[in-house]
Design a protein around this ligand. Structure first.
Ligand SMILES: [Fe+2]
Length: 288
């Protein structure tokens, strides 16, 4: 994770300059803020502008990959920006297909954007009906990549991925850290449904990789190919196969080599199929 106050800013294309510029802009907005609503609206516009810049997306994914360190089983999805001076963090959250989290609310303002694919946001008001339990939907917002909203507390809400493919959200979370050894800013109060013992979206690294791969596959940029290779180098077999497929759409030779590597990792029929396909990709290139 990057701490804006201490991280060097350079102008090289892979210096994450777009992400650092966004973090610096948010810090500046917080420092000069005169009111909460004006501040969140300003940060919201900054995030809209940022997501529309492909370099920003690549910077964020690169930072998320850089933050993945062994042992991979200890991965807990750290923020990609953490600013203790101005009390905010920027986080990517990875949503598997058809996943809906439980109703919850945050202590401080947040700005949330759809970073990849699509997400559905619902806000609720407490149900004061006969039972006095549960919540009723107040608003439902279906967001596509690049769309951004904000939440001023109190606001009970859920986030869901209704698609058959993974999605990613990007969040600016404000407020001080209240829980030691946690990335959380302020405190999140969860209202889990019955039967959902773990309401928070702490997914596995494989979920994160699959969501990153889906986004990188959609970005027509040479850097995306390099980031797919970086994921391939550290991921498990399912994500490695998804990487190889995404690479194959743009670079058959590169994909051929990756498939042969993956074949080495597998056994039996899978290994034979991967070896055959990898060899075919390489042969295809030679015959051109
Ligand atoms: Fe939330």
């Amino acid at each position: 994770m990057i701490s804006p106050s201490s991280a060097p800013v350079t102008s090289a294309p892979s210096s994450k300059s777009a992400m650092l510029a966004f973090a610096a802009n948010v810090a500046g907005a917080i420092q000069s803020a005169t009111g909460e609503e004006a501040l969140v609206r300003r940060v919201r516009q900054m995030l809209i502008d940022a997501i529309h810049d492909e370099t920003f997306s690549l910077d964020c994914i690169e930072e998320a990959i850089d933050a993945i360190q062994p042992p991979l089983s200890d991965w807990v999805n750290p923020p990609i920006v953490n600013d203790e001076v101005n009390n905010f963090s920027v986080r990517l959250i990875y949503w598997p297909p058809r996943f809906l989290n439980s109703a919850h609310e945050h202590t401080f303002w947040t700005v949330t954007g759809v970073f990849s694919n699509a997400l559905t946001f619902r806000t609720y008001f407490p149900d004061t009906g006969q039972n006095g339990e549960g919540f009723q939907v107040d608003r439902e917002i279906k967001g596509k990549r690049g769309e951004v909203g904000f939440i001023l507390p109190p606001c009970i809400h859920t986030v869901g991925n209704e698609a058959d493919t993974p999605s990613i959200s990007i969040h600016v979370f404000s407020g001080p850290k209240l829980i030691e050894d946690s990335f959380e800013r302020g405190r999140t109060t969860w209202y889990p449904d019955e039967g959902s013992p773990d309401p928070s979206p702490m997914f596995t690294l494989n979920h994160a990789f699959q969501a990153m791969i889906a986004l990188l596959d959609s970005l027509d940029n040479p850097r995306a190919l390099d980031l797919l290779d970086r994921i391939f180098a550290i991921a498990g077999a399912p994500a490695r196969l998804a990487c190889a497929k995404a690479i194959a759409r743009r670079d058959k030779v590169r994909a051929g080599h990756r498939l042969l590597e993956l074949a080495e990792q597998c056994t039996g029929e899978d290994a034979a199929k991967l070896h055959k396909l990898g060899t075919a990709f390489l042969a295809e290139q030679v015959s051109k």
